[in-house]
Design a protein around this ligand. Structure first.
Ligand SMILES: Cc1cc2nc3c(=O)[nH]c(=O)nc-3n(C[C@H](O)[C@H](O)[C@H](O)COP(=O)(O)O)c2cc1C
Length: 172
């Protein structure tokens, strides 16, 4: 798929087929993520790949009962590494860059997922403390949960703002 087609096709899918995500496709997604830009090329993030039913269920519960997480064949949890970015960039690294690194990486994952004929949904509504407990992490900051699978629904494309509501040309 061409990049602009991928961008146009990506949408939040919250129902997946039971079909697993092929190892090769998962690898391709993760390799695409590794191409993402990051502050100082530090890549101050970590990705947890969750496929175990019990852990997916726990993540669903931590995400206030968003059960589609549990029923996705694979779930990626993107975590920022604030301390790693802080070593070079101080507070700005900890509070902004590491989160941006993880966010951009998750965005790459969503696009790669779409390009491979799979679907995903960004999940940001979760109890941070609970997710940290589930992943057994302390210093890492969970930023996004991205369930991945083959779509079992075709959601209507949500309306966007008009470009002139988003963009201000500062030409004069
Ligand atoms: C930061 C962020 C947090 C989000 N959190 C959730 C969430 O917790 N649950 C959910 O179902 N969708 C969540 N979404 C998906 C949005 O609802 C979705 O992207 C938006 O409605 C636009 O629809 P589209 O992705 O189909 O274009 C989130 C998206 C972003 C970027």
């Amino acid at each position: 798929m061409e990049l602009f087609e991928v961008m146009g096709k990506r949408c939040s899918v919250r129902k997946y087929l039971a079909k697993p995500v092929e190892e090769q496709k998962l690898k391709k997604i993760l390799e695409a993520v590794n191409e993402a830009p990051s502050a100082g090329n530090l890549q101050a993030y970590k990705i947890y790949v969750v496929r175990e039913n019990m852990v997916k269920r726990m993540l669903s519960e931590a995400a206030f009962g968003q059960s589609f997480i549990e029923f996705a064949p694979a779930v990626l949890v993107f975590c920022a590494l604030p301390e790693e970015s802080a070593k070079k960039y101080g507070e700005r690294g900890a509070n902004l860059y590491s989160i941006q690194d993880a966010t951009i990486a998750a965005s790459y994952a969503q696009l790669a997922t779409t390009a491979l004929g799979l679907a995903s949904c960004w999940v940001g509504a979760f109890n941070e403390g609970k997710v940290k407990e589930i992943l057994k992490i302390e210093k890492e900051l969970p930023v996004a949960i991205i369930p991945i699978g083959y779509a079992a629904e075709k959601p209507e494309k949500p309306k966007r703002k008009k470009l002139d509501e988003l963009i201000y040309f500062m030409d004069n």
